[in-house]
Design a protein around this ligand. Structure first.
Ligand code: CA
Length: 238
């Protein structure tokens, strides 16, 4: 018999969305728990210790952000937030509250499965990280501080290198502008434009076509994500 699949807790009050998630996940070997309220979610999460949570932000009994914060207080299981289109502020707040990623409704099955794979992979990989990070065509040698794209060496400034290292360590996950600013320029930094300026320079050096980034994707109104699975070109740079 094969290992049981990862246990996913779906927290969503809309029956159609739950049905969609159930169909998408159970056929791929994931085991599912379902909660329609924050209260049920906390009971199931504490009782069953799921490997990953899919969490709708608009719940009937409690704010999804508050639930995220509360869950993050005791579990390291990845939390992927499901949010309504156009609520960039919600996404930023959810990531800052401890969510690992978000999906904007409506989303497709492939996108959902890709994000879940990334989140579970990160959850497993956290402790062991070698001196070389390889993400798609990118190779980041942390010990030698060398970067190559498709085998071609790229020379980065120290700031660009730190930026790429941060993205590569979090490949597949979205990092908010505030998170990047804090990690690279320190907790007190308020100069948000620095992220944009250095990101543009980094893209100019590593992207085959900086006008249509394929490696560092813009998450409009939220931040940036280093793509770690192949796919079509992303949005224009922002
Ligand atoms: Ca809802």
């Amino acid at each position: 018999m094969s290992d049981p699949g990862p246990l996913v807790l779906v927290v969503e009050d809309e029956p159609q969305v739950r049905r969609f998630l159930r169909a998408a996940l159970s056929s791929r070997g994931y085991r599912l728990l379902e909660a329609a309220t924050a209260r049920e979610a906390e009971q199931l999460a504490t009782g069953h210790l799921p490997d990953l949570l899919l969490l709708d932000l608009g719940l009937p009994d409690r704010d999804g952000l508050e639930l995220t914060r509360s869950l993050r207080g005791w579990t390291r299981a990845p939390i992927i937030v499901l949010s309504a289109r156009g609520r960039e502020e919600d996404k930023v707040q959810a990531l800052d509250a401890g969510a690992d990623d978000y999906l904007t409704k409506p989303f497709g099955v492939n996108e959902l499965l890709a994000r879940i794979r990334v989140a579970l992979r990160h959850a497993r990989q956290l402790p062991a990280e070698g001196p070389v990070l390889e993400v798609g065509p990118l190779r980041v040698d942390l010990a030698r501080r060398e970067v190559a794209v498709e085998g071609r060496e790229v020379r980065l400034t120290p700031t660009e290198f730190k930026l790429l290292e941060l993205l590569a360590r979090n490949a597949g996950r979205v990092l908010t502008h505030a998170h990047i600013l804090r990690e690279i320029w320190g907790p007190g930094s308020t100069q948000a434009h620095l992220v944009r300026v250095h990101m543009a320079e980094l893209r100019r050096k590593i992207e085959p076509d900086p006008a249509r980034p394929r490696l560092v994707l813009t998450e409009v109104g939220v931040g940036y994500r280093l793509r770690d699975e192949p796919g079509p070109p992303g949005d224009p740079p922002g």
